[in-house]
Design a protein around this ligand. Structure first.
Ligand code: LLP
Length: 419
């Protein structure tokens, strides 16, 4: 049996003869029984395959290059561990992500620390751990590092630059345009580079730019290369992340190969061939490997047909923040015809807590399982306890075996910080 949703699910996903979805060899009704819902289900094989694809495609195109996973997209220790095992470095954006990267067993030399407002505590954590590269965003970062780095040591740094590229993605995830809070425009970047070059505690290794996220046109990402090259010759050029991921039937983002063809054509045109290149994919690395499983809790056929599930903006903020469009289906009724236009809503006390509007489904019933594909990126990491929600588990599936790598929060967890 087949279903259009399979197009948006990890390779190897299948529909059983009774209309039930299988991911990583596991039936979703079994997963729901064992782990409850909502649950984020990650196909470990797909996750590893994407990491390997990124790595081999980059290494095939540039002699000295590194893929560094942007942990913020899915900063679960288990996901970071997979990336480390696949030979990737980790981009981290804050103290907690430094700590989880270290727990994941990554070589600290392969960690890249970002942030426009790094605290002294976070910088100390990074320096003490031996983090390979600190991406300096402002002169306060330099002041702090000069105090923290012990005499006799030098911390390798990159300088984050505003490449002055406005991409055509949602304004909330544009970061390369003039006026962005991230990085420095060319004159300020040059002054900071000159200062770092004289610092006894820092070593000026290169420059960094990140144009934005969910960017569908790779040429917009490649447009950051020339502005970086104009700042001078360095050992390292970190070209950021940003490649768009596929969420819906209509979207067709560039493949990793096409993206890298475009990006590295710009690199060959503008950068020294001996330089080390870094890329930092987040969303496009993890989004397609995961799905979210919900249970339908109420069905209300009134002004609209409201299908309400047991999660929502507590486990997926993408819709509220960026009007992200998702597809979905009833996960044990994939053989049935779609007969009704519904709006899928969450359980939270917020009118904006809408997951999918509109969506065509078979007539939904209380207790049905709803599967939403392409939820690997920026969901788990922005999950929250609004309305007393317990954050969902993360479950890895592979070869018919399922294991929780993060358990569901318990009611007791909600009160751990009460004094
Ligand atoms: N490098 C840097 C410095 C970044 O700031 C980001 C993302 C990435 C790499 C990875 O970009 P990606 O490949 O994932 O597009 N919270 C938002 C997304 C914010 C992205 C922030 N930076 C969301 O929920 O969609």
């Amino acid at each position: 049996m087949t279903h259009p949703l399979l197009d948006l699910l990890p390779a190897g996903s299948a529909v059983d003869p009774d209309g039930t979805l299988r991911i990583g060899g596991c039936r979703v009704d079994d997963l729901a029984r064992e782990f409850g819902t909502p649950a984020i289900i990650v196909d470990e094989t797909a996750l590893r395959a994407r990491a390997r694809e990124y790595r081999t495609e980059l290494e095939a195109r540039w002699p000295h290059a590194r893929v560094v996973f942007a942990s913020k997209a899915f900063p679960a220790t288990a996901v970071q561990r997979v990336m480390a095992e696949e030979g990737l470095g980790l981009d981290v954006a804050g103290g907690g992500e430094i700590l989880s990267a270290l727990r994941a067993g990554v070589d600290p030399a392969l960690i890249v620390l970002h942030g426009n407002a790094k605290s002294t505590e976070e910088l100390r954590l990074a320096v003490d751990a031996g983090v390979g590269l600190v991406v300096v965003d402002n002169s306060d970062d330099v002041d702090r590092l000069e105090e923290i780095v012990p005499a006799g040591r030098r911390q390798d740094v990159l300088v984050r630059v505003v490449p002055e590229v406005a991409s055509s993605t949602h304004p909330h995830v544009q970061t390369g345009q003039v006026g962005s809070k991230f990085g420095l425009t060319a004159p300020a970047a040059k002054a900071l580079i000159a200062r770092i070059s004289r610092s006894p505690r820092l070593r000026m290794r290169g420059v960094h730019a990140h144009v934005g996220s969910q960017v569908m046109d790779p040429s917009e990402l490649a447009a950051a290369v020339a502005p970086l090259a104009a700042l001078g010759t360095f050992d390292v050029y970190d070209l950021g992340g940003g490649l768009g991921a596929r969420y819906t039937y209509d979207e067709h983002p560039a493949s990793v190969a096409d993206y890298l063809d475009t990006l590295l054509a710009a690199a060959r045109a503008h950068l020294p061939s001996t330089a080390e290149l870094i890329i930092e994919p987040g969303r496009s690395m993890v989004n397609g490997a995961a799905l979210t499983l919900y249970t339908v809790t109420t069905v209300k056929r009134d002004a609209r047909a409201f299908v309400a599930v047991d999660g929502g903006m507590g486990d997926n903020l993408e819709v509220a923040l960026f009007q992200q469009r998702y597809e979905a289906a009833l996960a044990t009724r994939l053989g049935e015809e779609d007969t009704e236009d519904v709006v899928v809503v969450g359980r939270h006390c917020e009118s904006g807590d809408v997951l999918i509007d509109p969506l065509r489904l078979p007539a939904a019933r209380v207790g049905d399982l709803l599967v939403v594909p392409a939820t690997g990126a920026y969901t788990h990491t922005m999950a929250n306890n609004y309305n007393g929600a317990r954050r969902p588990p993360v479950v890895f599936v592979r070869g018919g075996e399922a294991r929780a790598v993060i358990r569901r929060e318990t009611w007791d967890d909600l009160f751990l910080r009460d004094l």
